[in-house]
Design a protein around this ligand. Sequence first.
Ligand code: NAP
Length: 319
Amino acid sequence: MTKQNKVYDLIVLGAGPAGLTGAIYAARSQMSVLVIEQILSGGQISTTERVENYPGFPQGIEGIELGQLLEQQARRFGTEMALANVEKVHLEQDVKEVITTEGSFYAKTILIATGASPRPLGVPGEEEFRGRGVSYCATCDAAFFTDKEVVVVGGGDSALEEALVLSKVVAKVYLVHRREDFRAISVLQDRVRNNPKIELILNTVVEKINGNQFVESLTLRNTKENNIWDLSAEGIFLYVGLKPNTDCLGNSLISNKHGYLVTDESMETTIPGVFAAGDIREKVLRQVVTAVADGAIAAVSAAKYLDEKAQQPHEKKAG
Ligand code: NAP
């Protein structure tokens, strides 16, 4: 039987920590599970050099390695994997349909764990120079900028963490942030402030990215003095927040004003049998540790949903 001809107990959309943990828990409780992923396991952590705050790894662990280990663990309990792009979903009926580039897949429950992606800054030159000096992933692209000068934009955990990654290979990192204070955790702020290769440019925004074939400079504006100036740099790494990956979901689920899916405590969305976990959810802390917790809760809730569904005909007969 092909994957497309089966009706799985659970289909997981996205093979990041949330989705794969959901798969581990569901498969371990004897549910048939398919994980659909479009690129590679790990989600956002696969673009992170080192995960330092996931318990159990005192020296940290490479993001890519953690993703691979999670996939191995899910497969060990019988999880199947499919490489495909999810184009559309039909979630309302008892047997839910996931339409992908590889055909349709079916399941009684769905776990949406498609995560979030870097948000574009939205300045002139960003699209034009994407991949030609504009990047959203220091771990992936740092090597292209060995011994060159680069700019990182943002003041959150991502910006500071990636500025530190870049500082190991580039000649200099300018960290451009629109305010005086960072929202990143203090340990990252300390490391950045003590790194001789990182120069802070605060109260400053990017107006424009300039170049010919590749990025050559940025036009910056100091928000306090309102003066505009150009800074030479060959690379610009943008970390100005995340946007939830909900494009394939249509309008059937309720999300908050930022687009993150609303769930209850059991991770169930506004459609019965459809759960969400990880960065795509409305939540206060987006970390690997909260993603895996969401995934586990969602899988247990999906199992409970299936049990209750299975009881329903007997209850009706008895009544
Ligand atoms: P974030 O926390 O939302 O920070 C975005 C940063 O970009 C903020 O400093 C923000 O400035 C700035 N920004 C937003 N829009 C801007 C604009 N138009 N122009 C200039 N600057 C702009 O995003 P993130 O750093 O990607 O983190 C996302 C989530 O992942 C967070 O929950 C974070 O804790 C988590 N995360 C955790 C780790 C870790 O634990 N190791 C690593 C990475 C990310 P303002 O501060 O002025 O708003």
